[in-house]
Design a binder for this molecule. Structure first.
Ligand code: FVH
Length: 302
């Protein structure tokens, strides 16, 4: 939002960890008057030399701008910082880019509404060096007014997607996306450990792993089609029964090689549940349904 004379809206950033520092840097680079506050002082040196104003009191930081962005470690930290200054935040837009759960986002939105604060929750889908580049995107939910009013400022951080008025939606999407990422990281860890157990250098092995993962990723839209349609059995080329038979080899070989199979064991349990539940001929996508249905108790079918 500009004042019509082209001057930039003042922005306050609360939290100067790796991410908060990157956020503040993006606003400085775009010419916004930027006020910063961090629990531990002395972290704003570079930002101050670029024009940021560092203030010692969080209430003064909030008073400096109509748009306040908080990005600290977790939601308990958000509340620790903001609870005492609800009155100072009143009438302002608060954008919370701290990682948390949908329930925490909704609770914080309720707290904000009780103090007359226009609340937008967000999930940053980028690492700090990606902020302000075309690689970054940020998910938002909560106050649509806040999103529309400050869309231009939010776009400075990365592509901005508004998901709806339920403040928990951004956190839900964020955590679902991170589940995909961490599932992949778990696979990376296991793959490099198993290859490394025979002294295969990671830099050689990655040349094999990367194209395989690209091929698997190309199949992801087909997964999505199956999941949305609920049809897990038409045109299956790699059925669950076959995979449940091959997968234990991965666990056995890991043990034989002195590599802990802990990261893979839950997948084995789910595959086995699919087979005992009669889904051996189905695609792996059926596991999504098994994951969202209660685990069977002993003696009952899956
Ligand atoms: N960095 C990343 O790659 C990811 C990318 C996606 C989004 N996440 C989330 O962003 C939040 C902040 O992450 P961060 O990388 O800035 O984290 P740190 O560098 O560890 O800095 C933590 C800041 O939080 C402040 N803080 C912690 N506890 C409190 C508290 N009780 N009261 C006030 N501030 C607190 C800490 O302050 P200080 O220790 O310097 O005094 C830092 O400013 C996070 O939710 C990620 O999941 C980052």
């Amino acid at each position: 939002m500009s004042d019509g004379n082209g001057s930039r809206a003042p922005v306050t950033i609360i939290g100067l960890g790796a991410m908060g520092t990157a956020l503040a840097g993006a606003y400085l680079a775009a010419g916004h008057p930027t006020t910063v506050w961090n629990r531990t002082g002395g972290r704003a040196g570079d930002l101050v030399s670029r024009g940021a104003v560092e203030v010692p009191e969080v209430a003064s930081a909030v008073a400096a701008s109509p748009l306040v962005i908080v990005c600290v470690l977790d939601y308990p930290a958000v509340r620790e910082v903001l609870d005492p200054i609800g009155a100072a935040l009143s009438g302002r837009v608060l954008v919370n880019l701290t990682n948390g759960t949908p329930a925490q986002a909704r609770e914080t939105a309720t707290w904000a509404a009780g103090h007359g604060v226009d609340y937008l929750d967000g999930g940053i889908m980028a690492m700090p060096p990606g902020i302000g580049t075309s690689d970054a995107f940020v998910l938002y939910s909560g106050s649509e007014d806040a999103f529309v009013t400050y869309r231009r400022e939010l776009e400075l951080l990365g592509a901005a997607s508004y998901l709806g008025t339920d403040p928990g939606l951004a956190a839900l999407h964020d955590l679902a996306l991170l589940s995909g990422v961490y599932g992949m990281f778990a696979g990376f860890v296991q793959a490099f450990a198993l290859a490394g157990s025979e002294n295969i250098r990671a830099t050689e092995f990655v040349a094999l792993l990367t194209p395989l993962l690209h091929a698997m990723l190309a199949d992801l839209p087909n997964w999505a089609e199956r999941i949305d349609s609920g049809d897990h059995t038409t045109g299956v080329v790699s059925n669950l029964g076959m995979q449940a038979t091959a997968f234990p080899n991965l666990i056995r070989a890991s043990r034989d090689q002195g590599v802990r199979p802990d990261l893979m064991a839950p997948m084995q349990a789910l595959l086995d549940r699919g087979v005992t539940g009669g889904h051996g001929k189905a695609d792996l996508t059926v596991l999504v349904e098994l994951l969202t249905s209660p685990a069977p108790t002993k003696g009952t079918p899956a």
